[in-house]
Ligand binder design. Structure first.
Ligand SMILES: O=c1ccn([C@@H]2O[C@H](COP(=O)(O)OP(=O)(O)O[C@H]3O[C@H](CO)[C@@H](O)[C@H](O)[C@H]3O)[C@@H](O)[C@H]2O)c(=O)[nH]1
Ligand SMILES: [Mn+2]
Length: 800
């Protein structure tokens, strides 16, 4: 092809390839939505079959399978310990047979504060869990429970007369519990200083001391050799032992404990603290590494066939959630081929208009249902129940040869590492479908051997030369361990299910600060693209991957590439400076007609989709807006990162998402304070540039009109280009609010600033023209800006 202006050929190619790419990605995006399915768990039916009400006096009639619960945290300050302990409480008090779930708390900071907070939590849970059971309160995370006016809701328990008194008492106890948690930050250093003074007299070293006066094996307040972040021994401590399968009723009310618990099971489920070993020179693989240690430790202690995982900032909001997931796992139709059940992520404390699209509703309420019809939704992190066997890379029954019972490989050590007790636990978990559901076998090892084995499977070296992180467990060397782990399971032929329920199963926190949010989507988009460019590329998967699911995974991993083109299109308004026609040839009207039809069709299908999913127009707008914000800065950065990684440089890090700091710690913070914090980062710059360019384009056009340089026909042509500029600005509106900081509380200021900026640019433009080409205003057509419109309607419905 030739063009009369050879300088424009580059631009011409960018637009042709870009438009083609938008077309392809739009089709990919639509293809994954062709078979949406909404599934609803029938908990009543599950209870009828697996958990009939206990006959009077007898217990243990439940046939529900065991669940190991994983919860992860890193730092008691960055991830406020109160919030984390609320999650733990919601788990300990959840509505599932007490003897059939065990919680594994992973502390990647190895901090004594976490350990002691967990002891406090176990103590408080002895009151909290029976209270929740007695009065059937929801949610069972006390902070949210007491924050809501729960006392006014319908009462579901058996002792309405005692409810208000009990609630008042528990609330008081909770306030004290909170104080004890907060005090840990001062008590531990004080205690350590006291012990230190004693020991230095005897020539001992500085250390962080546990309550019993012994050295804490994890990270010390004053880091020392073998006791700092990234360098400490493994710690596995059973905080609450397995309670046995027989219910244990509590005591009647007394002066010490005014709650009458004589008709309530007061047992607490098992609770284990884990801080895996950290050594310099090892890549600890962040969350994926932590969860693989949880996987091994739990195999030795309870080896439940099912696992559910939570981020430290997510709690159980609906205590029927475990049962809901079980409805899918035990379902007669596809149950045994179901590897995981993913719940939507819901968030508290997001600003009311959801400025940065934290709720991700289009993904969680529309896209995910589309995926649900194609072998199942992707795994997106917290709030997902797994079949343990699937994490061990077993084949799903429908793809198993012969008798349908998978066997251990000939050389299980290469796959799973050297722990014989662990290896022995694998077939038990794998074959759980084929044996009657029973409570976990008591650990067959004596205490000393068990402790040694637990420490061994929590070391860094344990995974050397094994398949952990590659073929087994959560996948390594990627910033989004979730999507790729789910993919590895799907490519083996497993299904997954999507389970949304009312009230929401789980709730958590989300970053409402612009910069934090952008880093989060940088991790997600960069990690996804890395997956596409790795051996886990969906195009390389075998035939067990559903063909349309292959399309869906391709779509959800290559999306950042569109951004490179969108970024170029966003800067197109600059092109009119070049003065030549390079893209759209005459007749322009025909082109415009096609384009209008195209846009109308896409917007209509978008509208139909959100209507169908029961979403609001605001949800949709936020989705489009945040896609554009991502596309102007974050996605190009993700593409760059992935390219650098391809040539061997370091990949994207798992940067912890900042959590809202609770008001109880220091002085009370203003609600949504993070929304108004401006943290400048290079990631913001490209979007600022795009904004400036589009404002400048409108300003220049206004100047041109004011100077009378345009005929009516030219003005009409320019109008099209201006619509494009205005559209880009409208999409970037939340971003601009974000960088305004506190001023964004008065959005009208933004419009004042916009008018002032436009006037200034218009004046400057006219002045410039007068100097450069006195007396003449060369005609130009803004019409060619139109080509950019294709860019802003491209698909945008994965999570971000
Ligand atoms: O070295 C690490 C880093 C993180 N985490 C935990 O990982 C979880 C998620 O981290 P967060 O900073 O809250 O990231 P988000 O962006 O909120 O997480 C989302 O995205 C992640 C993938 O990028 C998923 O793993 C999460 O489940 C999903 O909620 C938290 O519980 C952390 O404590 C660790 O245990 N060890
Ligand atoms: Mn989080």
């Amino acid at each position: 092809m030739r063009h009369r202006d050879s300088d424009s050929m580059v631009l011409w190619w960018i637009t042709v390839v870009g438009d083609f790419w938008f077309g392809v990605s739009w089709l990919l995006n639509q293809a994954s939505k062709l078979n949406p399915i909404r599934r609803v768990p029938n908990i009543a039916l599950l209870n009828e079959q697996f958990d009939p009400p206990a006959v009077a006096g007898g217990g243990g009639s439940s046939q529900l399978p065991c669940v190991d619960v994983f919860i992860n945290t890193v730092d008691p300050v960055d991830e406020p310990v109160l919030c984390t302990m609320n999650s733990v409480l919601s788990i300990l008090a959840t509505d599932y047979p007490v003897g059939r779930h065990a919680t594994y708390f992973s502390d990647d900071g190895g901090s004594l504060v976490h350990y002691e907070a967990l002891l406090e939590t176990a103590r408080f849970a002895a009151l909290w869990a029976p209270f929740c059971r007695k009065h059937r309160v929801e949610p069972r995370a006390p902070e949210s429970y007491f924050a809501a006016a729960a006392a006014d809701g319908p009462y579901a328990g058996d002792a309405p007369g005692q409810f208000l008194d009990d609630r008042r008492h528990v609330r008081r106890e909770y306030e004290e519990f909170k104080e004890r948690l907060a005090a840990l930050f001062t008590i531990i250093p004080q205690r350590s200083e006291a012990y230190e003074r004693e020991s230095t007299k005897r020539g001992g070293a500085r250390a962080t001391y546990m309550a019993d006066g012994s050295h804490w094996p994890g990270t010390w307040i004053e880091p020392a050799e073998n006791h700092k972040k990234g360098q400490h021994a493994a710690i596995v401590q059973v905080v609450l032992k397995h309670p046995g399968d027989e219910p244990q009723l509590g005591a009647p009310a007394s002066s010490d404990s005014p709650l009458d618990l004589s008709a309530v099971d007061v047992r607490l489920p098992m609770l284990v603290y884990i801080a895996r070993e950290k050594r310099p020179g090892y890549d600890h693989q962040k969350k994926a590494g932590a969860m693989n240690v949880q996987l091994r430790v739990s195999a030795l202690l309870s080896n439940a066939p099912f696992i559910i995982n939570f981020d430290g900032d997510h709690y159980i909001n609906n205590s029927a959630a475990f049962r809901a997931a079980m409805c899918f796992m035990l379902d007669g139709r596809h149950g045994e081929d179901t590897a995981f059940v993913q719940f939507p992520q819901r968030f508290d404390d997001v600003d009311p208009t959801d400025r940065y699209c934290n709720h991700n509703r289009v993904f969680f309420d529309a896209t995910a249902l589309g995926l649900n019809g194609l072998q199942g939704p992707s795994y997106v992190g917290t709030g997902c129940m797994f079949r343990r066997a699937a994490l061990y890379s077993a084949d799903p029954p429908r793809w198993q040869p012969g008798d349908g019972v998978s066997k251990l490989p000939d050389n299980p050590w290469r796959q799973f590492g050297n722990s014989m007790p662990f290896i022995n636990s694998v077939p038990l978990a794998t074959h759980q479908e084929h044996r009657p559901v029973a409570p976990p076998p008591p650990a067959s090892l004596d205490d000393k051997r068990l402790a040694a084995e637990l420490a061994d499977v929590s070391t860094c070296a344990y995974e050397d030369g094994t398949e952990w992180g590659y073929g087994v467990g959560w996948v390594y060397n990627i910033a989004t361990e979730d999507v790729v782990t789910g993919f590895r399971i799907h490519r083996k032929g497993w299904r997954s299910m999507y389970c949304a329920m009312e009230p929401d199963a789980f709730r958590g926190t989300a970053p409402i600060n612009l910069t934090e949010r952008l880093y989060q989507i940088l991790r997600w988009s960069g990690g996804s693209l890395d997956m596409f460019l790795s051996r886990n590329c969906p195009l390389l998967a075998g035939r067990r991957l559903h063909p349309m699911q292959r399309v869906a995974y391709t779509n959800m991993t290559i999306y950042p590439i569109s951004a490179a083109f969108i970024f170029a299109y966003d800067l197109l308004p600059l092109m009119w400076l070049s003065g030549s026609e390079f893209y759209i040839q005459k007749p322009f009207q025909t082109y415009a007609a096609y384009m209008f039809a195209g846009i109308a069709m896409m917007e209509m299908s978008g509208l139909v989709e959100i209507r169908w999913a029961g979403l609001t127009l605001l949800d949709w707008c936020r989705n489009e807006q945040f896609y554009m914000i991502g596309a102007t800065g974050v996605y190009p950065a993700a593409v760059l990162h992935s390219l650098l990684r391809l040539v061997g440089l370091k990949g994207l890090p798992f940067k912890l998402t900042s959590k809202p700091q609770s008001a109880s710690g220091g002085e009370a913070r203003e609600r949504f304070a993070e929304l108004y914090d401006v943290q400048w980062a290079p990631l913001l710059v490209p979007t600022v540039v795009v904004t400036a360019v589009n404002v400048a384009a409108i300003g220049a056009a206004a100047g041109r009109v004011a100077a009378g340089g345009w005929s009516f026909a030219q003005l009409a042509g320019a109008a099209g280009g201006l619509v494009f500029n205005a559209w880009v600005l409208l999409l970037l509106y939340p971003f601009v609010l974000g960088i305004m900081g506190r001023w964004s509380k008065r959005p009208y200021l933004l419009f004042v600033m916009l008018v002032v900026a436009l006037a200034a640019i218009a004046l400057a433009h006219v002045a410039l023209l007068a100097v450069l080409a006195p007396g003449s205003v060369p005609p130009f057509r803004l019409g060619r800006w139109w080509s950019g419109v294709g860019a802003i309607i491209s698909p945008a419905s994965w999570r971000f």
